[in-house]
Design a protein around this ligand. Structure first.
Ligand code: IPM
Ligand code: MG
Length: 362
């Protein structure tokens, strides 16, 4: 088994180092190889996703990814910006199924911007289609308008599109995930306005007939954004397209009050996966040793479960994380009165200690 480790930019290096530390104490048989990605790769090789990094990622069974991006690269041409690295990995590896759980940890209920009773026990799984939609649709670009409200004016355009197989496969992923949970899927669309999402709704409905045991409902994206802050616990599995999923997953993550706690997985048809925290590179706090490594550590757990077939090891990491929270240890982002504030490295060490302690006991 081979893991490609791509720390990236900003806090990426610090948080990935902690996840690697945790993986190393599990005593499992895998090889890890590190490569630069994003702005770090642009500095080293002149490209955010160099051939060597892409090849390593392709050969690996799983990819542990930190984060990419820094304001200092905002002026670069789009193909050279750090974000292109993650988009390129998704595209080249066909990582179409993005799992973004939004779980509200019992000890962190008060950290939410919503009232505790609205979020206590919250456990939503957002399944975002990741390789289609307006993110990748062609054509796109800038040109001189020949029609519209201002013919002759400079304009920009993108293309929203989904093919039947693209919708079918992500719908299957969602229904199968729901079978392992409370058997409810909400498909989010904008069928009242967009042709693409009327088609989305039709195809998801068809696929749903193959899962009579799973309850399917449909919601427009604007209403879904509202329901997420009004009554988030009404959701279980949410399946949606690339752009709506980008937006709703950030919203859902923030409901838990702890985006620094949320892992994610992006899988292809072969179950090869890229695992990354749901948060970004946070250049404002990079290098200070204060970032929360738990989302990345929990991403490593997801990696063990989904791509490396090591569910027990995944359980050990997740229960170690619950233990350190119960001990009252908190990084700055989730710190509150009565808890102990620790830095990135101490948090990683605490998880390692919790894992080794359980090993000795068992
Ligand atoms: C995400 C991010 C990316 C996206 C960016 C960094 C390209 O926001 O993973 O949600 O838009 O998909
Ligand atoms: Mg996003």
């Amino acid at each position: 088994m081979k893991i490609a480790v791509l720390p990236g930019d900003g806090i990426g290096t610090e948080i990935v180092a902690e996840a690697v530390k945790v993986l190393n104490v599990l005593d499992l048989d895998f090889e890890m190889e590190t490569a630069p990605v994003g702005g770090a790769a642009y500095e080293a090789h002149g490209h955010p996703l160099p051939e060597s990094t892409l090849n390593l990622a392709k050969q690996a069974d799983a990819i542990l990814f930190g984060a990419v991006g820094d304001w200092k690269y905002d002026k670069l041409d789009r193909p050279l910006r750090p974000e292109q690295a993650i988009l390129g990995l998704r595209k080249h590896l066909g990582l179409f199924a993005n799992f973004r759980p939004a779980i509200c940890y019992e000890q962190l209920t008060h950290a939410s911007s919503l009232k505790p009773e609205l979020v206590a026990g919250l456990d939503i799984l957002i399944i975002r289609e990741l390789t289609g939609d307006i993110y990748f649709g062609q054509p796109r670009g800038r040109r001189t308008a020949t029609d519209g409200h201002f013919p002759g004016a400079e304009e920009a355009f993108d293309t929203m599109r989904y093919s039947r197989p693209e919708i079918e496969r992500i719908a299957h992923v969602a229904f199968q995930a729901a079978r392992k949970r409370s058997k409810r899927v909400t498909s989010v669309d904008k069928a009242n306005v967009l042709e693409t999402f009327q088609f989305w709704k039709d195809v998801v409905t068809e696929v749903g007939r193959e899962y009579p045991d799973v309850e399917l409902d449909h919601m427009y994206v604007d209403n879904a954004a509202m329901q997420l802050v009004k009554a988030p616990k009404r959701f279980d599995v949410v399946v949606t397209g690339n752009m709506f999923g980008d937006i709703l997953s950030d919203e859902a993550a923030m409901l838990t009050g702890s985006i620094g706690m949320l892992p994610s997985a992006s899988l292809n048809a072969q179950n090869q996966g890229l695992y990354e925290p749901s948060h970004g590179s946070a250049p404002d706090i990079a290098g200070q040793g204060v970032a929360n490594p738990l989302a990345t550590i929990l991403s490593a757990a997801m990696m063990l479960r989904f791509s490396l077939d090591q569910p027990e090891a995944a359980d050990r990491i997740e229960s170690a994380v619950r233990q350190v929270l119960a001990q009252g240890l908190r990084t700055a982002d989730i710190h509150s009165e009565g808890t102990t504030q620790v830095g990135t490295r101490d948090m990683g060490d605490a998880v390692v200690a919790a894992i080794t302690k359980t090993t000795i006991k068992s």
